[in-house]
Write a protein that binds this ligand. Sequence first.
Ligand SMILES: Nc1ncnc2c1ncn2[C@@H]1O[C@H](COP(=O)(O)OP(=O)(O)OP(=O)(O)O)[C@@H](O)[C@H]1O
Length: 403
Amino acid sequence: MSKALTADEAIVSCRNLWKVYGPDPHRYVSAHNAGVGALDGHTAAVRDLTFDVRPGEKLVVMGLSGSGKSTLIRCLTRLVEPTSGEVIIGGRDVTKMEPAELRGLRRDECSMVFQHFGLFGHRTVLQNAAYGLEIKGVSRKEREQRARDVLDTVGLSGWENRYPSELSGGMKQRVGLARALASDPQILFFDEPFSALDPLIRRDLQDELLRLAKDIKKTFIFITHDMAEALKLGDRIIIMKDGQIVQVGTPEEILLHPVDDYVRRFTADASRAHIVRVGTVASESKSISVETSAFDAVKVLDDSGNDSAIIVDSHGRPLGYINRSKLLSVGHNDPVGSLHVPVPIISSDRTLHDATNLVMDGNNPVAVIDSEGRLVGVVDTRLLLAALVDLPDHRKEFADLSR
Ligand SMILES: Nc1ncnc2c1ncn2[C@@H]1O[C@H](COP(=O)(O)OP(=O)(O)OP(=O)(O)O)[C@@H](O)[C@H]1O
């Protein structure tokens, strides 16, 4: 599970955030805190939410209609006034900001991209993209140059002088994105920006967003009710139900360890092959240094209860694979370095899909390495298949099978 961040590590922190609609929202929260039950006639759209967002993170908030996503994202910049709790952005409590400071926050640090584009029909694409800068008082020349740059970034060069009515839905959303990017905010909020678009356009824009996110290193807080979109875009996903957080986790954590049936139902159709990383499912492997003699290597296998091991160099980088029968067929003093067979290697951050050919092609395990090239484990056909189908704890399952 994702651990809580300190105030310094988070760019956005929500603490015990509530938004209650009804005649006496504060009394509703007090009643809840005092444990005296819920007051009638109220809707708690956001219920006591606490979470952090890391700088540069793509955080997706996902849930069914009515689960409180829009209310939550609007509470973060007080487009909707929270009932209680704290929202810390860049070290300052947004809930305590005076109107001028709040306007500054919205203008300079946070931008929002909406589902229904929110473009001005009487302004050109260029003027729409430059709108945020105009409000900031940036000179016409400078803002138009910047707007041209961001329009180019989102693939709209050549469309600067058109009007929104001349654009397709996907293009309108690109203008919305350009407008949000133009003022160079630290945080971008997306409220279901692609849900009104056709599936193909939607996929293009998701890919575009991922490409952008790599280049521009902004923090993204993205709302969707589409799990496939959440899994594709999110570094982490918050799953909401009835105003509460049901689960927070990386796409892999959510896919492999859904906390309940509500989450499991969302993930039932997701492609594990394209989301789960090899490093997550790799099992630990015995490693033996290349200098070790065959005799000592057998002792290592005996002690560890394994029948095979990966041979590694002095830096822990995998060189090959060796098994007990091979070790027993040679002289005691032969170094294992002369005996091993080459082992296929895959990086731990590749997906199961990437690993499939390597794993299926040979009889031996595939060595999984970290970014330094060191062995972190092995993956083989059984592990791969166990991870691809819905075994609750595939590593344990593998350990049991291999006994
Ligand atoms: N202004 C309001 N007055 C009363 N209740 C509201 C108001 N706005 C939202 N709600 C209620 O708060 C709950 C959460 O709504 P919200 O729009 O945040 O959910 P959502 O997950 O964003 O849904 P959707 O995907 O349909 O936009 C719902 O029960 C909704 O009816």
